[in-house]
Design a protein around this ligand. Structure first.
Ligand SMILES: [Zn+2]
Ligand SMILES: [Zn+2]
Length: 295
């Protein structure tokens, strides 16, 4: 049984509705065409919102891989909510369940369960949001006890709608279409972590799930595609680390660079990183590259 109210349930449903609207709204660009300014708007609004999702929702709010002042978490969460991918309580609830039950029956978005193959891919890439699994069983108490985060969570749709209205005032239907396209690309970019990063790529570390390191997903998600490292060392602020031939190798991780910038600006501290000893102890010496077999 869900541990939150009917009004919260209703407010949550606005999320997937906006994502569906965003998919159809993207078609506007075929009517308006895209100027260079609108293309730049797609890229900038993608990058900033992706960074807030990865650097704030994922690495700060959910995994506490570094410490930051509360206002940074609040502002970052508003920016992350403007991606249209729900608020901080909802987000953390599902992500904690993903780590607790990775690729098992209670994982909310595994490409291996409840379906496999192309159906499993569809499920992990967004199908799960259109099912009862969309509603988290329990909301995280630390987020719920922070009144600001709780308000952002319930009013998650306000930042994304505001950004849409702003886009319209910036450049009419062309910029509104650009906003929808950026939001749709961003949605699918984030979901590739759930789908592709559990299907294809290297497994340099030993974990009890199907998590993989994918350069393509890391490119799309500013470093989150180094997902096998993340499952092996969940509280690491840096995901771009692998082991090759017994040597530790660092990989491009723009989200970690962003966190280092925050640290330089005195807005982040106590960055958590695995020791070399721990990295080598979990290194997978065989089966470096293994694709999903669906059996
Ligand atoms: Zn995962
Ligand atoms: Zn995680």
């Amino acid at each position: 049984m869900k541990q939150y109210s009917l009004i919260t349930t209703i407010l949550y449903i606005i999320g997937p509705v906006l994502i569906i609207v965003s998919h159809f709204g993207s078609l506007l660009v075929f009517m308006t065409g895209l100027s260079w300014g609108a293309i730049a708007w797609i890229a900038i609004s993608y990058l900033i919102r992706m960074l807030a999702t990865t650097g704030i929702y994922h690495r700060l709010l959910t995994h506490k891989s570094y410490q930051a002042p509360a206002p940074l978490l609040w502002i970052g969460s508003i920016v992350a909510a403007s991606a249209g991918q729900m608020g901080p309580s909802w987000w953390k609830a599902h992500h904690m369940a993903h780590h607790q039950y990775s690729d098992q029956a209670l994982d909310p978005h595994s490409p291996y369960t409840p379906a496999q193959g192309i159906k499993g891919f569809y499920w992990a890439q967004g199908g799960w949001l259109l099912s009862p699994h969309f509603f988290p069983a329990k909301l995280p108490s630390d987020v719920e006890n922070d009144l600001v985060l709780k308000v952002i969570d319930r009013l998650h749709f306000v930042p994304v709608v505001t950004l849409g209205v702003l886009s319209y005032f910036m450049g009419g239907l062309e910029y509104l279409g650009a906003f929808f396209l950026s939001t749709t690309l961003l949605f699918h970019g984030v979901q590739t972590v759930n789908s592709l990063s559990h299907l294809w790529g290297e497994r340099p570390f030993i974990t009890n799930d199907h998590s993989r390191n994918s350069g393509l997903v890391a490119f799309l998600t500013l470093g989150e595609g180094w997902h096998n490292l993340h499952h092996a060392f969940q509280s690491s602020s840096r995901h771009g680390i692998t082991v090759r031939d017994g040597q530790i190798v660092y990989l491009p991780d723009p989200t970690f660079s962003f966190i280092k910038l925050l640290e330089f600006l005195k807005l982040a501290s106590k960055l958590r990183l695995p020791s070399e000893k721990d990295l080598l102890a979990k290194a997978n010496n065989q089966n470096l590259y293994s694709n999903a077999s669906f059996d």
